[in-house]
Design a protein around this ligand. Structure first.
Ligand SMILES: NC(=O)C1=CN([C@@H]2O[C@H](COP(=O)(O)OP(=O)(O)OC[C@H]3O[C@@H](n4cnc5c(N)ncnc54)[C@H](O)[C@@H]3O)[C@@H](O)[C@H]2O)C=CC1
Ligand SMILES: N[C@@H](CC=O)C(=O)O
Length: 350
């Protein structure tokens, strides 16, 4: 049985839930997937760092998080020590789930770089490194013979990136439009129900959907990153953040939403990209009042959906959870499963 040693960088909602899945469903994962997962290091801004090559006792680690509690009391350190931990720990795979920084992707870009440079594979749900340094990091992974996987960066655990890359072979993608942020979609729906803006955001935070700074969700920064990822990964657009026009939903009031609903429309924050006749790609994010018969109008709550425009099939739509701790932890697991499948294939062909 293969065992993958993993390090969790960031121990918030997503990586804690991954640790819970490993802790409570380890046996099932072993029998169904044919490999074992062992956590050998954890770092977190608030908790510090814990490195235990023989395997961290997850039931203990998962109880930590009280006021002023750090790993120092459990044989670790109160310092995060990210670079030393990532470079020197015995992990095969680094699971990066720290805050998304929409400006320059740091420090997550460095976390990913240190891991790949030291011969470790990376899976991440962090949109910053993928959107802003995706090409560079993928090529660094290739140079080092390791994997860089990021399915959870768009639409959480709902398979989009790998699915489109594999299953759309032979089709030409001419563009896409989608609801790509669970928080803003949840907030728009709750405001249509009559809740005020702040109360709706608070609910989205409690449900684990929102970014650490929810302005990223509401002002469209999060969708801007996701549009950039899909455009570059799937349309080969070669565009940068500045090329993705951005407008959020912060100026919308509950009354605007209810008035639109009475007129048979739902306001949605839509991210889209389309290939122009000259081959260039135009991309952006903005609120749109969709008529009820539009395919995205009925997508509600934290559900996301993206509709790809293809040459031979017309529109192909993928829909599923777009946020949530369990759903996003599953995305990391799906990345590890993909790495295992690739490794098994290489071994079979050797
Ligand atoms: N929650 C969700 O539904 C989804 C989240 N994501 C992304 O996954 C990542 C993690 O999300 P959550 O776990 O929900 O966020 P969170 O805010 O619950 O957890 C992030 C953790 O990272 C830690 N952290 C921040 N900077 C750090 C650093 N430099 N070194 C070590 N630890 C650091 C924080 O202390 C916190 O515990 C974010 O980038 C988010 O954008 C992606 C898809 C869905
Ligand atoms: N905050 C994001 C989480 C996933 O990327 C969202 O609400 O969609």
């Amino acid at each position: 049985m293969t065992t993958y040693d993993i390090a969790l960088i960031g121990f918030g909602g997503v990586n804690r839930t991954l640790a819970e899945l490993i802790n409570t469903r380890g046996e099932k994962l072993r029998s169904e997937l044919g490999f074992d997962l062992r956590v050998v290091a954890i770092t977190d801004l608030r908790l510090g760092s814990l490195v235990q090559p023989e395997g961290v006792d997850l039931s203990v680690a998962l109880k930590l998080g009280g006021d002023n509690e750090t790993f120092a009391a459990y044989g670790g350190s109160a310092d995060t020590n990210n670079e030393a931990v990532i470079r020197n720990c015995t992990a095969d795979i680094i699971c990066e789930a720290t805050f998304t920084n929409p400006d320059d992707g740091e420090p997550a870009v460095s976390h990913v770089r240190w891991a790949l440079e030291s011969g470790k594979s990376v899976c991440t749900t962090n949109k910053g490194p993928v959107a802003l340094r995706g090409a560079e990091l993928s090529s660094l992974a290739e140079q080092n013979g390791v994997h860089f996987e990021f399915e959870g960066a768009v639409m959480s655990g709902t398979p989009v990136i790998r699915l489109a890359k594999k299953m759309f072979a032979g089709l030409k993608l001419n563009g896409f439009e989608g609801i790509l942020n669970g928080t803003s979609n949840y907030v728009l729906g709750r405001m249509e129900d009559g809740l005020d803006f702040d109360a709706a955001i608070k609910e989205a935070q409690e449900l684990g959907y929102a970014e650490a700074n929810p302005a990223a969700d509401i002002e469209g920064y999060d969708v801007q990153l996701k549009v950039l990822i899909l455009a570059n990964e799937l349309l080969d657009a070669g565009i940068e953040l500045k090329d993705v026009h951005r407008q959020g939903i912060s100026s919308m009031a509950p009354e605007d939403l209810r008035k639109a609903a009475r007129a048979g429309r739902h306001w949605k924050l839509v991210g889209a990209a389309r290939r122009n006749p000259d081959g260039s790609v135009t991309a952006g994010v903005s609120p749109v009042a969709l008529p009820l018969d539009h395919g995205l109008a009925g997508v509600s709550g934290a559900t996301n959906a993206v509709s790809f425009e293809t040459d031979l099939l017309g529109a192909v739509t993928i829909s599923g959870p777009g946020a949530g701790r369990v759903e996003t932890a599953y995305a990391l697991l799906s990345d590890i499963i993909a790495m295992h499948a690739a490794r098994t294939e290489v071994a079979a062909n050797a």
